[in-house]
Structures are given as C-alpha cells and as structure tokens.
Design a protein around this ligand. Structure first.
Ligand SMILES: CC(C)=CCC/C(C)=C/CC/C(C)=C/CC/C(C)=C/CC/C(C)=C/CC/C(C)=C/CC/C(C)=C/COP(=O)(O)OP(=O)(O)O
Ligand SMILES: O=P(O)(O)OC[C@@H](O)CO
Ligand SMILES: [Mg+2]
Length: 229
C-alpha cells in the first residue's frame, strides 16, 4: 500500500532506449517508484529488460499493464488502467474480463492496483488507441472522479495529458472532490515550475517523456514535487 504515499513517479517506456548511466540517475534520484508502461510496442523483452536493470537499485518498480503478453512476475506492483472516458468498453473492462477469466485462479490480488484513467489530451497515443472522449468539461471530469471514488471505489484516479501540459483548473477541481482515492497527474511536465504547480493539487505527479528529451530537467522534478507539502 506504499503507493498511497507516492509523490513523484518516473514512468519509463519499455519501447524506448535508455542508457545504464541515465537509468542509474533516474533510479537514484529520490523518486518514489519507477513505473514501467507505454501505449504501443510494449513487449515482454522490453518489460523484462527494465525489470532486471532497475532491480540493481533499491527503488520500487511497478508495471503498468498495457497488454497481457508483456506481463512478467517480479514487479512489486501491477497497475491496471481502465480508461473511464473511452468510448470502447474494451479499454474499460473487456480486456480485464478476458485476463481475469484466463488467470483468475492464480492472480495475487494484493499486487494489483486498479487505476481509473481520464485521458484529456486528444492528440496523445493513448487517447487515440482507446478512442477516448477528450472534449470534457470540468463538470464531466469531476463526475468521473466522483464515480471512481464513490462508485467503483478505485484507489487511483489518473488525469492523463500524456505529451501535453494539462489544465491546472481541471486538476484543482478534481482534487477538491477526491478524499480516499489518490489523484495521479501525468502529462507534459518539463520544468520545476510545472512540477510544483501540479504537485500542489495532485497526490502523485508522473514524469515521463522529458526523461528521454532532457534528463537533467527530468531529475530536477523530483525535489520540485517533494518540496510541495
Ligand atoms: C505475477 C503476475 C504475472 C501477475 C499478473 C497476472 C495478470 C495476468 C494480471 C492481469 C489482470 C488484468 C485485469 C489485466 C488487464 C489487462 C489489460 C490489457 C488491460 C488494458 C489496459 C489498458 C486500458 C491499456 C490502454 C493503454 C494505457 C492506458 C496504457 C497506460 C500507459 C500510458 C497511458 C502511457 C502513455 O502513453 P505513452 O506510450 O507514454 O505515449 P507516448 O509514447 O506518446 O509518450
Ligand atoms: O510523458 P509525459 O507527457 O510526461 O506524461 C507522463 C505520463 O502521464 C504518461 O502516461
Ligand atoms: Mg511516453
């Protein structure tokens, strides 16, 4: 249950290359966890490679499942997205139903963490793949957040702007209606200022692409997030 207290997360994409030196800096940065996940080209080889390399360090590692073929034992947690604003039930619960039908007898439920995603950047891969309805008002998003917490009782509600910096008013309004469910924010964080701004409202701030574009800037987001009480 330590994920309930995570403030900063680095999300590594198993489809992208990262050098040992960069990986060491990411793992030793003081981040709370390495979350391994991506939308496409996620393979078992990529997921295993990162597991073995990150295990040399003491930071926890979690796998965010995007397809069943790339799941491997050995991760500390398995995060399972359901895209609440997808127009296709496949991404909300059908793939999940299939997986539970096949593996239900052997699942270790304590290792699985359900995430209610609300994807808001229409141009990102995950919005396109899942056919997410992204033209949402604050009232729409707040209703998804309330649904996640009070109806589905999900531990995590994830406001996903992957690749673009999000709308702080959306994040603020969402934070205001959540009590038990943790608010994850992810998308477009490239600076200390942005990291701090989102950390003021989100329980957990997820930093992804900037790791590959500007490692130094990525590393600075750790202390930025943690400096916000
Ligand atoms: C020990 C052991 C092996 C345990 C596990 C056993 C098991 C089989 C568990 C399965 C249980 C279960 C219910 C599984 C669900 C299966 C499944 C396939 C669910 C669908 C998940 C889903 C909705 C995927 C859609 C894509 C998505 C939301 C991905 C999350 C990552 C994300 C948003 C990345 C951001 O995009 P990115 O790739 O970074 O984009 P850019 O490249 O443009 O940056
Ligand atoms: O890659 P960025 O834009 O930082 O987004 C982080 C994460 O929310 C992606 O799933
Ligand atoms: Mg990415």
């Amino acid at each position: 249950m330590e994920y309930l207290n995570w403030r900063h997360v680095f999300k590594l994409d198993p489809a992208k290359e990262i050098t040992d030196e960069a990986l060491e800096q990411i793992c030793e940065s003081g981040t709370d966890v390495i979350l391994v996940g991506g939308t496409d080209d996620v393979t078992l080889d990529g997921v295993l490679d990162l597991l073995v390399r990150v295990r040399r360090f003491s930071v926890p590692i979690a796998l965010e499942i995007s397809n069943v073929d790339s799941i491997t034992p050995g991760y500390d947690y398995y995060f399972i997205p359901s895209v609440l604003n997808s127009r296709d039930t496949k991404w909300v619960k059908d793939l999940h139903h299939e997986a539970i039908k096949e593996y239900g007898d052997v699942l270790i439920w304590e290792e699985l963490v359900a995430e209610g995603y609300c994807v808001l950047n229409p141009d990102c891969k995950v919005a396109q793949v899942t056919d997410a309805k992204t033209d949402l008002t604050v009232e729409d998003v707040v209703a998804y957040a309330r649904m996640a917490e009070n109806y589905f009782k999900l531990p995590i509600f994830y406001l996903e702007y992957s690749g673009a910096y999000g709308d702080i008013e959306m994040v603020k309004a969402t934070a205001e209606v959540l009590n038990e469910t943790k608010l994850f924010y992810g998308g477009g964080i490239t600076s200390v200022e942005q990291a701090k701004e989102m950390a003021a409202y989100a329980n957990t701030v997820v930093v992804g692409n900037i790791i590959y574009d500007d490692l130094k800037a990525a590393l600075k987001t750790v202390q930025a997030v943690k400096s916000v009480i």
